[in-house]
Design a binder for this molecule. Structure first.
Ligand SMILES: [Zn+2]
Length: 511
């Protein structure tokens, strides 16, 4: 930077006027010029280091998810149209070369520094100091040091969204009018800007302290774009499609379904989705035994060759105590999807097989007929589901609450009536579900209470009864109505589709 220092030195007129003062000024002058030079270099270094794509590139060696996400974002943003306005300084159009980020930029050629300083208008005040002052005033947040650029040519700056950040706050920190953040976030389609995701998901282009454009990476495949149109803003969304491949997993149940599925590489969430397809057929709390098996074929989503989560379950099978339960996904012409048995009959019953979600069930449950409190044998006209106190209990069918309160040995109990013939009872509850009162309607799967040990119970569990026309029936074996099968118009196509799936499942399970 010798040339630049020379340039500033020449314009210091105090030298000519007073020799004694000049000596002091000389010392002072060269000192401040030296600081100014360093500060410019640091500013350029920080700015280059924080260039949008540079920050993403540097993050890539970081392991796994965040790196994948950042790479995805980068690839989406790369597809953006080039900057339309010709920039006024060449430095800003230069892509940050590898190895020129951070401190490495301190040793950058003097030529480029000159471009940066040339852009500053020559005036009576020392321009270099003026610019470094902006650096010093920049907010302490790393990402926002991107506000450094000396010339107004707009380029993309990445803003790292932190916990508690709002668009308004970010606008303030970028020196933009925060009222415009509100205007933008209130636009149709821009609501997502009211609740920002933490991370480097925001990019802005600013010119003359005004927003030129903004991009927000809503999720892996969705990019929200905001552009200035006159005095207003326009919003649009760019959506990418995942690449879909099929994957299959088979598993042998050796302890609980969850642990076995986890060992087979399936998450809790996925196993829950899988189990819920069969929730009308299989009571995962009581039916599953060691040696049972499952197979599932599902969609694996990926973006640019990187896995991005699981999609729909296409077909699945459970082999429980030698019985085969199969499900095939059917997508109707109207786009809705449902699971059916390969013969086209519905898998959905009017009643759930179990009032307790599989996730909450403790293993090792067995039906007891010797009453543990009364210490005598007596009829047990229901099923007991083991579970921790506070485990949610669901209505197995849609219906009306006909009783909610204390009921002798049942403790806190809820009785639901489902149409004219059926009723269900849930006993030993620790408390009732929200809004569960006599006369209220509940939906299937709605939480009507929580497992407890009120009434005659040695420990927390749910006592569940099923009655048909007022008479007790075994909830595990009672035959209850089913939902509609595949509709007639689509049945032929479905059966063909299902036959192919049946073959595939046969191969998977070796049946
Ligand atoms: Zn019981």
């Amino acid at each position: 930077m010798p040339r630049m220092r020379q340039h500033l030195f020449d314009r210091d007129l105090r030298y000519v006027i007073k020799p004694r003062y000049a000596a002091r000024a000389s010392a002072l002058g060269s000192h401040s010029h030296w600081i100014a030079s360093i500060l410019i270099a640091v500013a350029v270094a920080i700015w280059l280091g924080r260039a949008p794509d540079a920050s993403i590139d540097r993050a890539q060696p970081d392991a796994n998810d965040t790196a994948v996400l950042k790479a995805q974002i980068a690839s989406v943003l790369v597809a953006e149209p080039p900057i339309s306005k010709a920039p006024t300084t060449s430095v800003q159009t230069l892509p940050p070369p590898a190895g020129m980020q951070g401190l490495a930029a301190l040793s950058m050629p003097a030529k480029q520094t000159n471009h940066a300083t040339k852009a500053v208008p020559a005036g009576p005040s020392t321009p270099a100091v003026g610019d470094t002052a902006r650096v010093a005033l920049a907010p302490p947040r790393d990402s926002l040091t991107a506000t450094i650029p000396v010339a107004p040519a707009p380029h993309w700056q990445t803003v790292e969204i932190r916990k508690g950040d709002s668009l308004t706050r970010i606008f303030k920190q970028l020196g933009l009018d925060p009222r415009h953040a509100i205007i933008i976030a209130n636009k149709p389609g821009a609501r997502v800007l009211k609740n920002l995701r933490i991370g480097p998901h925001l990019k802005v282009r600013i010119s003359d302290d005004k927003l030129v454009a903004l991009q927000y990476q809503q999720n892996l495949t969705t990019l929200l774009r905001v552009a200035t149109t006159g005095s207003d803003y326009s919003i649009d969304t760019v959506k990418r499609q995942f690449d879909i491949t099929e994957r299959e997993v088979t598993g042998l149940i050796s302890d609980s379904l969850y642990r076995s599925a986890l060992r087979a590489g399936l998450s809790d969430q996925f196993t829950y989705s899988l189990a819920s397809i069969f929730q009308w057929q299989i009571d995962f709390a009581t039916d599953i035994r060691k040696g049972d098996r499952f197979s599932v074929v599902f969609e694996e989503k990926s973006l640019d060759g990187k896995k991005a989560g699981k999609g729909a379950i296409l077909a699945a099978e459970f082999v429980v105590s030698g019985n085969h339960y199969r499900a095939v996904r059917q997508v109707s012409k109207d786009g809705t999807s449902a699971y059916f048995a390969p013969d086209g009959t519905s898998l959905r019953g009017v009643f759930l097989r179990s009032p307790v979600a599989i996730t909450r069930i403790t293993s090792g449950y067995s039906l007891k007929r010797f009453h543990p409190v009364l210490k005598k044998w007596r009829a047990h006209r229901g099923v007991d589901y083991a579970g921790r106190t506070g485990t949610p209990v669901m209505a197995t069918g849609a219906g009306k609450v006909i009783f909610a309160g204390r009921k002798g040995g049942y403790g806190k109990a809820v009785i639901l009536k489902h149409g004219g013939r059926y009723s269900t009872l849930y006993g030993h509850l620790s408390r009732y579900g929200k809004g569960v009162r006599k006369g209220q309607r509940v939906n299937q799967g709605q939480v009507i209470g929580y497992i407890g040990s009120t009434g005659l119970a040695t420990g927390p569990h749910l006592h569940y009864e099923f009655r048909v026309n007022g008479r007790h029936r075994n909830p595990l074996t009672v035959r209850t109505p089913k939902a509609a099968p595949v509709n007639a118009a689509e049945k032929t196509a479905f059966l063909k589709h299902a036959t192919a799936w049946a073959k595939r499942l046969n191969q998977l399970t070796g049946a």
